[in-house]
Write a protein that binds this ligand. Sequence first.
Ligand code: ADP
Ligand code: ZN
Length: 660
Amino acid sequence: MTLPPDPEGRPAEPSDAPVAAVAAVAAVAAVGTAVGSAAAQVLRRVFGYESFRSGQREIIEHVVDGGDALVLMPTGGGKSLCYQIPALVRPGTGIVVSPLIALMQDQVDALRALGARAGFLNSTQDLDERRAVEAAFLAGELDLLYLAPERLRVEATLRLLDRGSIALFAIDEAHCVAQWGHDFRPDYLMLSMLHERWPSVPRVALTATATPETHREITTRLGLADAYHHVADFDRPNIQYRIVPKKEPKAQLLHLLRTEHPGDAGIVYCLSRASVEKIAEFLAGQGIPALPYHAGLDSRVRAEHQARFLREDGIVMVATIAFGMGIDKPDVRFVAHLDLPKSVEGYYQETGRAGRDGLRSTAWLAYGLQDVVQQRRLIDASPCDAAHRRRLGTHLDAMLALCETVECRRVGLLAYFGQRGTAACGNCDTCLEPPQAWDGTVAAQKLLSTVLRLDRERHQRFGAGHIIDILLGRSTPKVTQHHHDTLTVFGVGEDLRELEWRGVVRQLLAQGLLAVQGEHGTLALTEASADVLRATRTVALRREPERVARSSARSDGDVAGQGAGQGGGRSRRAAPVELPAQAAPVFEKLRAWRGVTAKEQSVPAYVIFHDATLREIATRMPTTLTELATISGVGENKLAKYGQQLLDVLADAAEAPEPD
Ligand code: ADP
Ligand code: ZN
């Protein structure tokens, strides 16, 4: 196909050889047109997007010019374009180093659907497949080549790269080089040799991990001190953060899915493999298409479940944190945690998998007393050294502080990543239903003195449940057996309900005013408890909100208002508006068409078109290819391939409106 040099984006002829679109634009760059405009052309013609997102232009221009870059951007921020466009504009092949072997096929399919020439080399291929990709690379027929990092340990791979022409190295998931991080991969340490071996080839390292420590470690290990550093705004305005008290987790989860996310794809995180199995079975029994995923499952089953999650609409993946890194499914509408994450960083990464497409999404966490007890116990029992245990404790404390805050969750979250001075967001539970702070000093004193009295009975250890029974004056068999109904504190806590007492215990644990000991979760005093008992320290507590569930309608329209323009010059992306009522049936028809098309080509649905693109089509109802071409996400290749089919679907939908 020869691409007409048409700045209006007029549709090109359908073709089976879409590659030239890219080559033609690259040629424009080669004859000396400004870098920016070549990149902008690729953005529009290949990807079908009108404008760069915040940060992209600067990064892309820098790399196109041959410079190194380190990109810290949240999930969904648009990192891929930061190396894909330079790879398309610069002569030679962009080499993408990625640990996500299982996702390479999908990444390559997505690029091919755009008309780019892409391939991968990893251990899943047989010799013939590898040879074919190598030959294509040597012949200069690849724009992008994905490699697993362990490939670079093999001298033959390095020699192969020597013989071809390299546009750039992209180091994806660059935080894997950080030794103390949670995703450390030893093979990443070798990547420092890329610069030594190919000093003139630009490198771009990318990650969604935001902490300053990780940033520093990537910089030193990959020798990127002189690179262009881009640290993005880590806010995800389209994600609504909610942390609710855990009461009946299964029922709460079901309520969330039924009332706010029927038919939506999402991830439910659980701590243990057993609870993953249990919850997946429970949801499936309720008619929700849920699949389990954890490291204990056979690798074939895991791969199959992942593929179904990516390919089918509306699958709920119930998983341990073994699932998720690099999953670039754009339309994950919710991430639900049924257990407390171990750190704010983990919470941010996991919730960040929701709403890559910028549409409204929910991050929901149910958290209770048992979580605190369990996590503290896990840390105590972990076999690592004291310093590491302390670090784990610090991480947990920060997570607990986020759970117990009476301030905006988003403000707390961003502050953790060093982004200070943000205003309350209006799109988290504490903003939507502000919790009240109350003076819990007296309640804390009652509880702590009960713990103190029981502590004197050295031979016996008691957990939170028993202590609350005493405070509430309940003569349970255990209470009478130990004569705890004769204690002066028996029944002194009748002013609070059991749920509230559990909240008090949880918050005292979170504030370090109470500790958990031993495997039975015995409560014990800390050094700081003494100040409360002596009344030299007051205790502020968060009151449990009465209602837990909320319909998503409550916050409609809030998100967009939080978007672009606010925040003192910080460029937040606006979340898109809701689908108008009359567009909904059209959107469903488009989705059905996409499902069939994706199945025929055995690629994930989003490789055909993203939800955001289908929504815009359903809302604007274009009637010509030229109109269709102006929609975000409709590039030339996709227009040529699917344009007419889309118009047919729209014509059908217009003729046969839904009965209701
Ligand atoms: P990341 O890798 O940072 O998580 P992606 O590169 O997958 O994010 O981009 C997230 C989504 O945003 C994708 O659907 C991508 O196509 C889209 N996107 C990226 N850049 C732009 C842009 N400039 N305009 C419109 N959509 C974009
Ligand atoms: Zn908020």
